[in-house]
Ligand binder design. Sequence first.
Ligand code: ADP
Ligand code: ZN
Ligand code: ZN
Length: 679
Amino acid sequence: MRVALDVPLLDVFDYRSTSPVPIGSRVIVPFGRRKLVGIVVATPQRPALAPEQIKDIDQFLDDTPPMPADWIRLASFAANYYQRPIGEVMLPALPHGLRKVLAYQGKRSAGGPVKRIDRRKTPVTASCQSDSVPMLNDEQSGAAKGIAALQGHKTVLLYGVTGSGKTEVYLHAAQAALARGRQVLFMVPEINLTPQLEQSLRARLAGTGDPGTLAVMHSGLADGERLQAWLRVQRGEARILLGTRLAIFAPMPDLGLIIVDEEHDSSYKQQDGLRYSARDLAVWRGRDRDVPVVLGSATPSLESWNHAERGHYQRYTLARRAREVELPKVRLVDTRRLAMQEGFSPHLVKALGERLERGEQSLIFLNRRGYSPVLNCASCAWVSSCPRCTAYTVLHRAGSRRNQLQCHHCGYQARVPHACPDCGDQDLKPMGRGTQRVEEHLAELFPTARIARIDADSTRLKGSAAALFAKVHAGEVDLLVGTQMVAKGHDFANLGLVGVLNADAMLFAQDFRAPERLFAQLMQVAGRAGRHVRGGEVIIQTDYPEQAVYQALIKHDYPGFAKYGLAERDAVGLPPYAFQALLTAEAKQLPIAIDFLKHARGLPAEYPDDYTTASAITVYDPVPLRVVRVANIERAQLLVESTNRPALQAFLTVWSYALGDLARRFRVRYNLEVDPLEI
Ligand code: ADP
Ligand code: ZN
Ligand code: ZN
């Protein structure tokens, strides 16, 4: 039999078993001096090795049913598409307890860690407490009915402005699937941000008195909890799986609907190991299982929007907010000719004062934590920088990191020097501002206001983020300063004003997706304002008010922005009009990384003539990363592009095979990422 193992060499290995073992089963096999858990992926007639070279399996693990055929198809697709050995896809997708040999030692007869329970298949009759369930408006019910009526696979893009009530549509669609006796996979970017969603699912769909029909899966779970969730879903006991990106690999025998909320969110992309997009895999899985997939967002990815424009996806639009509140008014403050005070325009200060007087909350959004991004000597050219990275060290003044310089790339920390290390001058000045400095300035401007800061630093301790948010919800905070952490999901009842500082920095990031990301982020933080109070307002300070992103924001015009963005991408041949892969190399010295990439670039020329697709592929020159050195490792990358996805896939399959040898020769670490989000 052929067994997939999580080892970085080949994908599959041949073993022998005296009794038949079904495909999809887990087995323990000897591998070198170790024993490993593997998954049987095939039982070929003729093994690849000579009989005397084939070892026996150690143990056939029948404590769980074999992984189903569709799960093996999904893993195989992911392995092929993302150019990884199948074992490196399959085994990490399993909960810890199912892939570790340790769990079984000394328990050979007891059947491992798992008790077998009969699978129940009772359809769930959802109970709705009518008092808490709003009547759907026309747009919502059109979408919900349309989705519920779908037979077989279709990808639906649910485009709904913030507060338009997408959740209600998901709930109704899910209810219909449950009523047909099917399971629902409900994916969210981050679970901690949506505690209300879990409650709604439990109350509305899980069926009264039977909370067991909902399972939750995310990386924050303990091993045992994740295993239990996995097994309950696999056995069909859990009918709804609410989870983050890793939930895409849960086996679901009765899968009937997949929902991907905030489908544009970059959290769906795994950034190490198998660099998959759970959103894209969801669409593939829905097609493979012939079930509908709902992608929802107020700011869909341009990829998904393009599919909808071309009619590949069915689009439903929720154009209005569900509650009787208008979308907030977005105002641009042109900061070019204004006298700014610590980054604040007079307009913003005045607006903050007015909201305070009215007893409303305000949020200052700034995507930069710390006190200031760099410390600088007033008399010479010294700037604080990390000894291990090509990056400045950030000044921190608040909390446990009081008066420290900290590298946000590698974690390096140092005390703030008393004087300039180069010239001895004691006049060291913080340059620019982060959330801590903004918080300090707000305290000077509004001495009696209650101010809170929510960023990665202020929420380091377990439970502290929840505690801070609770204070905001309880009305114990007047002014909130925060990074992207506050932008997502939260429904602040009394928030009237959002001020955005330093958005331009995000606009001019190198990445071609920067404007798309900025638009989504600003729409999302704008969506925090005026959800319940009337007259919500967003003030964006910018030096470039004429930029398309900002112009579209004033009008809440995602379709307009998307049209512009897609035209721009089309003109220069960027995704979604082209497909990309990114090869990143890491080495102690930059020339080695670059040299490796140059050789990698030259590889296609060595391929024989039957390699027909090369003409459709562009392989660009290697370039160092913008932050080239992190923790003393130099990094460079190489972009591969094609307008033809199958051609790119064929190329990558051959190429990735050759890269392994090349990397060993050059002694570089590398990774190949298909459909990279950041370049
Ligand atoms: P979205 O996810 O689209 O941003 P939500 O699903 O969070 O929006 O809904 C926004 C608010 O509107 C929620 O408080 C929700 O309870 C409420 N809501 C949803 N649908 C309706 C409706 N049909 N009538 C009244 N309120 C609704
Ligand atoms: Zn100096
Ligand atoms: Zn560093």
